[in-house]
Design a binder for this molecule. Sequence first.
Ligand code: ACO
Length: 429
Amino acid sequence: MVKTAKLIVNGNTYELPLVVGTEGDTAIDISRLRSETGLITLDPGYANTGSCESSITFMDGEKGILRYRGIPIEQLAEHSSFRETAYLLINGRLPSEEELNAFSVRLNDHSLVHEDMHDFFEHFPPRAHPMGILASMVNALRAFYPEIPERSEEEEINLTFSRLLSKLRTMAAMSYRISMGHKIVYPRHDLSYCANFLNMMFDSPVRPYLIDDDIVQALNVFWILHADHEQNCSTAAVRLVGSARVNLYAAISAGIAALWGPLHGGANQAVVEMLLEIADSGGDPAPFIRRAKDKNDPFRLMGFGHRIYKTYDPRARIMEKECNKTLNKLQKHDPLLDIAKKLEEVALKDPYFIDHNLYPNVDFYSGIFLRAIGIPVNMFTVMFAIGRLPGWISQWKESVDDPHWRLHRPRQVYTGLKETDYIPIEKRK
Ligand code: ACO
């Protein structure tokens, strides 16, 4: 096997080492390219750039494979819980029973949010988007939970992980309650991670929330599917901001901001809005498919396409199954599911979608699931953020432990004016 690549520029030959991953994926190591050749690479959107070596998540976009720490997503969705998957991602292995129990106790201990933070929540304008609120509140956590110099670095980091995992869920439910004008519901020590969230969202003095194990399990699956996805936009944001050695709360807040975008996590909200638009226009997806193919129309089929997957997103298959199961369990019928299935069927036969390798991604069915369990549309991306948090934490942890760690600082090819003299204002035309 060749261990180097050759680069020939202006008659000079340079040897660049190859780095081979455990699954055979191979990269050309260009870390010394500029110092040896004076050249840089140009890769808008970083579609061909590996920013790190990582042992957390493996994806094969051609075959539709996703594994966390080597374990296929299908097995985790079937057998694991979100809490256990979070442990797996962060610690690199499945926990023993004792370790999992200790992890639960820790999450439980940190589930309350500082009472003074309630004031912050209450003063956001009523129409503020929950993702904006969440990003601000996570950043504010550092002010409420400052670093204590007496604590060791390891203790501080583990404490921060537990706080984030537990409090993000509490804060998400709090922001929903406050937006509804309802009193917040505190976390309960006797409930599991997912059941606690549902209870904090929906329990009411006039209609106590009845915890249904099947819905709790479906939420576990939803969050497991979202728990990590290697170097996606929000994770890359966490690593990049984290590379400046800001505190973890600030880095996670940057991840939340990136996730908010409709091309990334915001797509689950955008899918449901698109399906509602199709329903309002009579239920025929054909005009929307025509628009998505029209180069002069910026419209895209939301929930379709992925930078890495050039086949069906394995998470979308599981999500579709969970959607059907949940609607059956709740004895609900959602016309949006019928429209989504029709849209998928038509799109997958269309040469444009076939030629562009555009298949449903995880967001295509996740919004219908969230609607079924009562999550309001503007909270969809918040649900994604809670799910992605263990991934952000584990990727951040891996980056700070990486011996090759450096401040992330991409370069550019400058295309502006050559040196130009300053013109005093009175002489400008
Ligand atoms: N509908 C119609 N055409 C599409 C779509 C779509 N959803 N997605 C990509 N294309 C087309 C583009 O128009 C482009 O066509 P062209 O080559 O003929 O000009 C081609 O496919 C490649 O598109 P890019 O934007 O370069 O592909 P990229 O890898 O950058 O985009 C992305 C990936 C952003 C996810 C894109 O497919 C998209 O916008 N999808 C809709 C939004 C969405 O569902 N996002 C969620 C992604 S999953 C996640 O983040 C959890």
